[in-house]
Design a protein around this ligand. Structure first.
Ligand code: APR
Length: 322
């Protein structure tokens, strides 16, 4: 819903969590210039400071978005400035430390996300919710349950990032431009993700005709461990440049009603033989959120891998006792 604030009719995007990914996402979306951004965090002054700093880059970069920061309390108070957001992106939570799996984060982030979603929904009952906090498939399912929203308005980011990592490694290997690789990585955002080499093309040529099966397997393995590779380098945090780029791409798709076909964590009701679960699949993303689940014709092996990935996600949902 567009807001009218001092005659401004731009759509509002609220970003919950002003950490590495939230702040970086705010920067990307603000620089696109067509929506206002509200950034929040529970750490006193963090969101205000980053928002003001970002706003002060506007005259240099040349964008016209208003960027506001607000400190909220962990019990969910202070969300008024997020009211009537068209899109809310949730990055709040604890990132992975070295040696920690995404699933270890489950219990900690379940508590955070429950309170955050309740507060967001109270002030923006018509928004599209985009989840990033890990383990993202489980957190998206949790947000769906807590929000009471229709499933099309709750979507998670995972597949765009996983696919971008896969494309990056392929482009570097093949010496072609990154954007000339066409590929999708489906499934849960974890060790069971499902890259689809048979559906991968490089400037129109099939990947399987360009690289040996062994080399493709090595690249798939690196993709699976892509998040871990970054965590090992950073030691005190996890990836945020590519995740924020993925979130900004989803924001563009929704705010500009682009009808992009993107791999996202979406609610399946029988598609791919999976029912009542959020899993990474190609979707059409537009102003209404997930406007269509796109069903690829998968081989028996690919379908089996996707269902195994879904089983792993279901294990997390069971652990949350949703
Ligand atoms: N409300 C708002 N913000 C919160 C809350 C809360 N209840 N709880 C924590 N936060 C804030 C933290 O204060 C921190 O600033 O969320 C921010 C998270 O930022 P980082 O620690 O820098 O983590 P980041 O790298 O951005 O990752 C965020 O995305 O990729 C996933 O696994 C990652 O779950 C993690 C999330």
């Amino acid at each position: 819903m567009p807001i009218e604030e001092n005659n401004r009719v731009r759509k509002k995007v609220s970003i919950i969590g002003a950490g590495q990914t939230g702040a970086s996402t705010a920067q990307r979306i603000a620089q696109h210039g067509y929506s206002d951004v509200v950034l929040t965090d529970v750490v006193e002054g963090l969101a205000e400071g980053k928002a003001l700093d970002l706003q002060e880059s506007a005259p240099i970069v040349g964008f016209d978005a208003r960027v506001t920061g607000v400190t909220t309390s962990p019990d969910g108070a202070g969300y008024e400035p997020t009211a009537n957001s068209y899109l809310v992106i949730i990055t709040s939570g604890v990132p992975r430390k070295p040696g920690m799996s995404r699933d270890d984060l489950l219990a900690i982030n379940q508590k955070v996300i429950t309170t955050v979603v309740q507060s967001v929904v109270r002030h923006s009952p018509n928004c599209v919710l985009v989840m990033l906090t890990n383990p993202v498939d489980a957190m998206t399912q949790l947000a769906y349950r807590v929000s009471g929203f229709p499933s099309n308005r709750v979507v998670g980011q995972a597949g765009i990032l996983d696919t971008a990592r896969y494309k990056t490694f392929l482009a570097l290997e093949l010496g072609v431009a990154f954007q000339d690789i066409d590929a999708y990585v489906l499934g849960g955002h974890g060790d069971t993700m499902v890259p689809l080499p048979d559906h991968t093309t490089v400037g129109g040529r099939k990947l399987t005709a360009l690289l040996s099966p062994d080399r493709i397997d090595q690249i798939i393995e690196r993709t699976r461990r892509g998040g871990e590779e970054i965590v090992k380098y950073l030691k005190t945090g996890s990836a945020f440049y590519a995740p924020s780029a993925a979130l900004a791409e989803m924001a563009d798709a929704v705010l500009l009603d682009q009808k992009r076909v993107l791999p996202c964590c979406a609610y399946l009701e029988g598609q791919y033989g999976i029912n009542g679960l959020y899993v990474g699949v190609p979707v059409k993303l537009g102003a209404g959120g997930v406007e269509e689940i796109i069903e690829f014709a998968l081989s028996t092996d690919e379908l089996g891998a996707l269902r195994r990935s879904a089983d792993a996600v279901r294990g997390l949902i069971d652990a949350m006792k949703l």
